[in-house]
Design a protein around this ligand. Sequence first.
Ligand code: F2R
Ligand code: MG
Ligand code: MG
Ligand code: MG
Length: 335
Amino acid sequence: MGSPFEGEAHIGRTHLSNYFNQILDPSIKVPFKPYTDDTAMTKQSAISLIENKSFNAQDMVKKFANEYFHNPKRGYGSAIGDIFFNLRRTNYADPYGPASMQFKGLGSYGNGAAMRVAPVALFAYHHCSDGDNHDVTPIVNLVTDASKVTHSNKLGYRGAILQALAIRLALLLDKDDFDTISFANELIQYMTQMEVGDDPDDPIDGGKSFVTKLELVKQYLNSTEEPHIEEIQNKLGVHVSALDSVPTAIYCFLAAQKPLESVPVDCKFHRCIHYAISLGGDTDTIASMAGAIIGAHMGDEVIPNQFLVHCEHSEDIRKIADDLYEASKPTKCER
Ligand code: F2R
Ligand code: MG
Ligand code: MG
Ligand code: MG
């Protein structure tokens, strides 16, 4: 739903309200929304977990590559295609090799691992819970492995871990009432542990911190006034890097828990997606990540049916979600 606005810096309020009004009005015929790389890779992550009943790196990258070669025109990141070409050329011998060599060995810090992580997070939550919902080690390990096949830069895979931990927390929350600041604080605690030992003077990524971004999220939540869009664009970020988009998606989920002056909409799910798109920039990805978190929190029954009828393959995706639930029935987690 966010894809028609991807890359736009300013999206007019009336323009966006009209977009949603048309989607919600069954009598108006509007163009069907094809899914982009975000959904393409989310689908294939889920299908691989379903077929293998576990994470299989080689199978998952093969599925990503097959989907990409079937239709490469779904707005993929400009570097990720090289990974698929190299994997296919080497017959998928080393599923982590091509990603680790990108960007002169630094790896991608794009948000591509975070944007597709929902099935991995849901699978780990259900499959590896082992009666202990406090231990996040299984989910962190599984997400790291599933991310590094394309995103070996620590900012890339940590963004996926943060998104997965937000999905896990959203599943654990009370549906009607929860404290948004405590939610942010819990994520800050996990990311602080992860960032221990980072060199603040590292010439490449020194000082780049998810904790700093989450502190900003807290500041916005504590403020009585809604932050200006320019403030969010410039400080929190609305870009293709995981650092400049995952905390923003989490903020959209948390901000949408209360009425928003800029998005006067009663349905929380709609408010969240609408708000995420209104920020501009990487609209399809930020909206889909915010949607994954609010979906985990509220369940699929809150998604307006009129949204679903406009989205390509929404019926297939519902079936994949049910199959994922079955395939992830709890066992003791092995790793
Ligand atoms: N790519 C887009 N949108 C732009 C064009 C879409 C348009 N609709 C069209 O087709 O005309 N969207 C998608 O890309 C994002 C996910 O990207 P992903 O999977 O992380 O890809 P990639 O290529 O690995 O990283 C994205 C870019 O980030 C920069 N970058 C990453 N790591 C870097 C590093 N270590 N050094 C320097 N730059 C780095 C590069 O520019 C990468 O190309 C989502 O928005 C998805 O919707
Ligand atoms: Mg996309
Ligand atoms: Mg994944
Ligand atoms: Mg995008």
